[in-house]
Ligand binder design. Structure first.
Ligand SMILES: *Cc1c(COP(=O)(O)O)cnc(C)c1O
Length: 406
C-alpha cells in the first residue's frame, strides 16, 4: 500500500466536503479574556473569542492562578507517577474531597480528562456488572459512546431526552439484569437540557443505575455550581455524576462523584484510571481553588446568564436564526458546511471575531452552525460588534432570517 497517498486522498475528500478542520492558533492572555492573540502566517492580530468553553473566564481567575503558581513552586511540575505508584499527592486527595462535597456524594474519583472519566467509568461499570445492559441517550457525547462500546455490553439507544422511550426499552429487559442509564444534563451542541427528574423516575421504577454527564452544567448551574441536578434538587437521586474541570472550572481534568463503593470499584478496575500518570498537583490545586470560589460566589453565574440573555435578545431582534434552548449555549444555524466555514473566516478576517464553525460529524449534516458561548466578561461593545457583523454577512450572502421580533 502507498500509505502517504492514502492519507492524502482521504484528506482531500474531507476538504471537498468542507469538513476539513483548521485550527486557529491562539495565544491566550491572562487578564484579557475574551481577547486573545491570533497567529496566522507569521502575523499576530487581536481577536475576541466567542466560542470558548472557559464559560466563566475562570482560566484567568486570580485565586486559580495563585493556587497554581504556589503549588508549582512548592511541589514542582508533574505528579511523578500513576495514582497507585507515587502519584497520589495531597492536592489530589483534597480535590476529590471538594468534588464529593460539591455533589453531596460519599466520594469522588479524578481522571486526566472528562473524556477519560466517561470512557473509563462507563467502560468499567458496563463491562464488570454481569450481563449488564446500557441504555444510552441517542445524542450522548463521543466519550460515553466509546466507553460503552469498549465494555462490549449490550447497548440500547433511547430517543433523545425521551423518558417514555427509555421506560419502554427498560420494560423489555429481564428485571434481574443490571441496567445502566447514561445521559447528559446540558447537550453541548443544541444547548437543550434533559428532563432529569422524569428520567430518574423511570430509572427508579426499573431499578436501573443512573449516570449523568454534567460537563456543561458544573460550575454554571445550582446554588453552589453543582450543576443542573443541583439546581433541581436531584443530586441525591443520581448514582453517578460525571464532570470536567476543563470547562466552567477553567483548568483541566475529569471526575465522577458517587458512593464510596462505586468510586472504589472504578478506582480498582478501570484501566484508564490505573495505568495513566496522575494530573500535575498544580492542576489539581487550580481546579480545587476554582471549585471553592464558585461554591460561594454567584456573581459569575448571574452575569453569565444575563450576558447570554442579552446576546439572544440582540440576535432575535436582527432575525438571525438561533436554536431556542434554556441553556447558556447559543447555536446560530447555518445549515451548510461551506457557508458555515466562510462566515467564520470572514468574521475572523474582517472583524477580529473568532467563532469556530461546527460541522459534521460533531453535528448532523444540514445542521452546521456557529456555536456562540457568551461569558461574564464579554462587554456590551463586544456583543454589539458581534451582532452587527453577523447582520452584515447575513445580508451580503442573502442568508435566511427568521421573522423579525416586533
Ligand atoms: C467536552 C466534553 C467531555 C470531555 O471533557 P474533557 O474534560 O474536555 O475531556 C465529556 N462530555 C461532554 C458532553 C463534553 O462536551
Amino acid at each position: 500500500m502507498d500509505y502517504q497517498s492514502f492519507f492524502q486522498t482521504e484528506l482531500t475528500a474531507l476538504k471537498d466536503d468542507g469538513r476539513y478542520r483548521i485550527f486557529a492558533e491562539l495565544e491566550r492572555r491572562a487578564g484579557s479574556f475574551p481577547r486573545a492573540r491570533h497567529h496566522v502566517d507569521g502575523d499576530v492580530n487581536e481577536v475576541t473569542v466567542w466560542c470558548s468553553n472557559d464559560y466563566l473566564g475562570m482560566g484567568q481567575h486570580p485565586s486559580v492562578l495563585a493556587a497554581m503558581h504556589e503549588t508549582l513552586d512548592s511541589c514542582g511540575a508533574g505528579a511523578g507517577g500513576t495514582r497507585n505508584i507515587s502519584g497520589t499527592t495531597h492536592q489530589h486527595v483534597q480535590l476529590e474531597a471538594e468534588l464529593a462535597d460539591l455533589h453531596g456524594k460519599e466520594a469522588a474519583l479524578l481522571f486526566t480528562s472528562g473524556y477519560v472519566s466517561n470512557w473509563a467509568a462507563l467502560g468499567t461499570l458496563a463491562a464488570r456488572m454481569p450481563n449488564c445492559v446500557v441504555l444510552s441517550d441517542a445524542l450522548n457525547h463521543a466519550s460515553m459512546i466509546e466507553g460503552i462500546r469498549h465494555s462490549r455490553a449490550e447497548c440500547l439507544r433511547f430517543k433523545h431526552n425521551d423518558p417514555a422511550d427509555l421506560d419502554r426499552l427498560l420494560a423489555t429487559i429481564e428485571p434481574g439484569r443490571p441496567k445502566l442509564v447514561a445521559f447528559e444534563s446540558v447537550y453541548s451542541m443544541d444547548g437543550d437540557i434533559a428532563p432529569i427528574a422524569e428520567i430518574l423516575d423511570v430509572c427508579e421504577k426499573h431499578g436501573a443505575l443512573s449516570y449523568i454527564d454534567e460537563v456543561h452544567g458544573v460550575g454554571l448551574y445550582g446554588p453552589r455550581g453543582g450543576g443542573v441536578a443541583e439546581r433541581e434538587g436531584l443530586m441525591d437521586r443520581i448514582d453517578v455524576i460525571e464532570g470536567t474541570l476543563g470547562k466552567a472550572f477553567g483548568v483541566m481534568g475529569g471526575y465522577i462523584a458517587a458512593s464510596a463503593a462505586l468510586c472504589d470499584f472504578v478506582r480498582s478496575f478501570a484501566s484508564g484510571f490505573i495505568f495513566s500518570t496522575a494530573l500535575p498537583p498544580a492542576i489539581a490545586a487550580g481546579a480545587c481553588a476554582s471549585i471553592r470560589h464558585l461554591k460561594v460566589s454567584t456573581v459569575e453565574r448571574t452575569q453569565h446568564q444575563e450576558r447570554v440573555a442579552h446576546v439572544r435578545r440582540r440576535l432575535d431582534a436582527m432575525g438571525i436564526p438561533t436554536l431556542d434552548n434554556p441553556s447558556h449555549i447559543i447555536p446560530i444555524m447555518v445549515g451548510d458546511a461551506h457557508k458555515c466555514k466562510m462566515i467564520s473566516d470572514w468574521l475572523l478576517e474582517h472583524h477580529g471575531i473568532y467563532v469556530q464553525p461546527i460541522n459534521y460529524p460533531t453535528v448532523p449534516m444540514g445542521t452546521e452552525r456557529l456555536r456562540i458561548t457568551p461569558s461574564p466578561v464579554h462587554t456590551d461593545g463586544d456583543i454589539d460588534r458581534l451582532v452587527t457583523a453577523l447582520s452584515e454577512i447575513w445580508s451580503q450572502c442573502a442568508l435566511a432570517r427568521r421573522a423579525m421580533a416586533a
